[in-house]
Design a protein around this ligand. Structure first.
Ligand SMILES: *[C@@H]1O[C@H](CO)[C@@H](O)[C@H](O)[C@H]1NC(C)=O
Ligand SMILES: *[C@@H]1O[C@H](CO)[C@@H](O)[C@H](O)[C@H]1NC(C)=O
Length: 343
């Protein structure tokens, strides 16, 4: 081993052990319950941010870094007054997943009540993505099943004419994948494929297995000669406060990933564990410093800097309430074959 390579080796060993996990990046409107964000850059360069609270609140910024601006009233909502889907008087809308295709923003969103399988995935479209410009198309028509919950939709399509996939799922048996009709407004009728599940009971008082939810699929065409599909998801307890009893360290919400060379799996983690049958999943970002329970994540490519952002919500331990979900992101790098938070 030459001088240069041994220097590089010790540098990278240092990098993995000694560098602190970077803080979330965000400026402007980064607090005030921005949960389950979806972020993308519009063709004119404006960054758009969609999130759960406030009937799918919309924010905008000149850069993914901010400064973000948003209107907290109904005039900042994607669907002021709610969805045309009616399941329950106490239903809520959450977890918008937004992408741009065929000249339209498409948002798949969840309608549910906490902890119930009485749920639906709805879809809305818009030309501009701005508040007041959305048309709600209602439910995609995915049928219910005792294995899955119809929430946390994530659209994935590798090329313009490729199959339009929809990942979804949460409690019960966790993550599934199906497909949409070509207009992306309805379920195709294809039987969902089971993608990932965690059957492990957490230590502590919880009597049901740790939940995998909030799937977000991403692909990289060439990583060291391989084409990889990455399934990011959130795992653990999403939203417990000190009053309800925080989950034991490591069992709170965190961002995990599994990888496959095929779009529908099987997916494996870094240790080679199958993510469906062996409770697999590798940590991408967990709690660190004042950042607690990061999750509800997604990824976006920033063409201005040619980097990929991993964005998410988290709570700041220092504020003590564990209720104010904040928005932030970090740059990630796939060159090792696995996503690493680098800055
Ligand atoms: C959205 O904005 C576009 C462009 O200004 C306009 O043509 C369209 O009618 C608007 N749609 C709705 C539903 O407001
Ligand atoms: C599976 O659940 C256990 C228990 O909560 C947890 O410690 C582990 O991190 C989870 N694994 C994944 C991949 O989410």
């Amino acid at each position: 081993m030459g001088y240069l390579s041994s220097t590089l080796l010790s540098f990278s060993a240092l990098a993995t052990t000694a560098f602190a996990i970077p803080d979330p990046i965000c400026s402007g409107a980064c607090t005030g319950s921005i949960r389950d964000p979806a972020v993308l850059r519009r063709n004119d360069g404006t960054w758009m941010r969609f999130s759960t609270e406030g009937n799918l609140r919309i924010g905008t910024a000149p850069s993914i870094k901010g400064p973000w601006t948003t209107n907290k009233g109904e005039d900042g909502a994607m669907l002021p007054g709610g969805s045309k889907i009616h399941l329950d008087d106490d239903q809520r809308l959450w977890a918008p997943n937004v992408f741009y295709k065929n000249g339209l923003f498409h948002a798949h969103y969840s309608v549910s009540t906490i902890g119930s399988q009485n749920s639906a995935i709805g879809v809305a479209t818009s030309v501009t993505g701005e508040p007041g410009n959305w048309t709600d198309h209602g439910s995609i028509g995915l049928p219910g099943d005792k294995r899955w919950n119809r929430i946390d939709a994530n659209f994935f399509q590798e090329c313009a004419d490729c199959k339009p996939y929809l990942n979804f799922g949460s409690g019960w048996e966790h993550l599934f994948q199906t497909t949409l009709t070509p207009d992306l407004l309805k379920w195709s009728g294809e039987e969902p494929v089971h993608i990932a599940r965690n059957k492990t009971l957490p230590h502590g008082s919880q009597t049901y297995p740790s939940i995998n939810e909030g799937a977000f699929q991403w692909w990289v065409p060439n990583v060291n000669g391989h084409k990889y599909y990455y399934m990011f998801f959130s795992s653990g307890a999403c939203c417990r406060t000190p009053k309800e009893g925080l989950s034991p360290p490591g069992e709170e919400y965190k961002i995990m990933v599994c990888r496959s060379e095929k779009v529908s799996g099987p997916f494996f983690d870094k240790k080679g564990r199958n993510c469906l049958t062996e409770n697999g999943g590798s940590l991408v970002l967990g709690s660190h410093g004042d950042v607690f329970a990061p999750g509800g994540q997604g990824l976006a490519h920033d063409p201005d800097v040619n980097r990929v952002a991993l964005y998410y919500h988290y709570v700041n331990k220092a504020d003590g309430t564990y209720k104010d979900y904040r928005f932030g992101f970090n740059w990630i790098d796939f060159s090792s074959g696995w996503p690493e938070v680098v800055e």
